[in-house]
Design a protein around this ligand. Structure first.
Ligand SMILES: NC(=O)c1ccc[n+]([C@@H]2O[C@H](COP(=O)([O-])OP(=O)(O)OC[C@H]3O[C@@H](n4cnc5c(N)ncnc54)[C@H](OP(=O)(O)O)[C@@H]3O)[C@@H](O)[C@H]2O)c1
Length: 255
């Protein structure tokens, strides 16, 4: 049975002083469930968006209605490094601190070898790894000061290639290596981990036959849900002796 996304947990923090977390792509799809879960735990959130301005502003208004002064929104194109640096400046202006980053935003589409383009390379690499890397660079001093953390949302296909999605798979593989590299480089003050989801929210154009094929190859024989990803992130944010790790949340598809 598929898990619901409205799970409520007791807050971990006082209503007004929870850590400030920046989550990229935090107002739609998986990012929205992650931000809802962390908000319920008492984190204060900076919700990043690129094109989904209306969704982001509405989501931030809802979160602030649930708990005043608990969320802000910030826009950036992760393929534009000036925009990434400016985003960090906005976070500091709005909050005066940053305790964590969830690198969740991502482009995802097939790039079969015969037709793949340099523009697709720049978009997939930019949104999935380059933007995340330079965001971490811009935030490193502040995260070090706050003894903060980074959680990167990778994909099982960063370790097991997805057919006809070579650029996306390579970008997620790079994000996994970035997780381990920065965990070394930013230790002991900043912990850096990744979550590697399997199918938790089907792409809208995926056929029923393809969905069944994936489920048959999954040990638990059910799809995951974005809440499973959110709970894994919640664990990693609290796991004070864990860094440089990639936590697969994929129902036992590859082991
Ligand atoms: N869905 C799944 O089952 C699944 C499985 C494995 C891994 N994952 C990973 O989990 C994360 C969330 O998945 P999802 O399906 O919710 O993602 P998604 O809907 O495909 O993308 C999330 C957001 O990423 C933002 N984005 C894309 N390119 C950007 C850019 N250049 N600059 C700034 N923002 C950009 C978009 O924001 P705007 O709309 O504001 O433009 C988009 O709404 C991703 O990292 C994905 O790779 C998901």
């Amino acid at each position: 049975m598929q898990r619901q996304n409205d799970y409520v947990e007791a807050p971990l923090f006082d209503k007004t002083n929870g850590p400030v977390i920046l989550i990229t792509g935090g107002s739609v799809r998986v990012g929205r469930v992650i931000s809802q879960y962390l908000h319920q735990q008492g984190y204060r959130l900076c919700i990043h968006y690129r094109h989904s301005e209306q969704a982001a502003l509405q989501w931030v208004a809802e979160l602030n209605a649930q708990r005043p002064h608990s969320a802000t929104a910030v826009a950036a194109d992760l393929c534009d490094m000036a925009s990434v640096t400016a985003m960090m400046a906005t976070v500091m202006k709005d909050w005066g601190r940053l305790d964590g980053i969830i690198n969740n935003a991502s482009s995802f589409y097939p790039t079969p070898l015969p037709t793949a383009t340099s523009e697709q390379w720049d978009d997939l690499m930019g949104s999935n790894v380059k933007g995340a890397f330079f965001l971490c660079q811009a935030a490193a001093t502040e995260l070090t000061k706050q003894k903060g953390q980074i959680v990167n949302i990778a994909d099982i296909h960063g370790q097991h290639p997805l057919r006809r999605h070579s650029i996306y798979s390579m970008a997620k593989a790079a994000l996994i290596m970035m997780t381990k590299s920065l965990a070394q480089e930013l230790a002991p003050n900043v912990r850096v981990n990744a979550v590697a989801p399997g199918a938790v929210l089907w792409p809208e154009d995926l056929s029923e036959a393809h969905r069944q094929m994936i489920l048959e190859r999954t040990a638990l024989q059910c799809p995951g849900s974005p809440l499973d990803v959110a709970q894994a992130i919640g664990y990693l944010l609290q796991a004070r002796f864990v860094t440089g790790q990639v936590l697969a949340v994929e129902g036992g598809r590859y082991f």
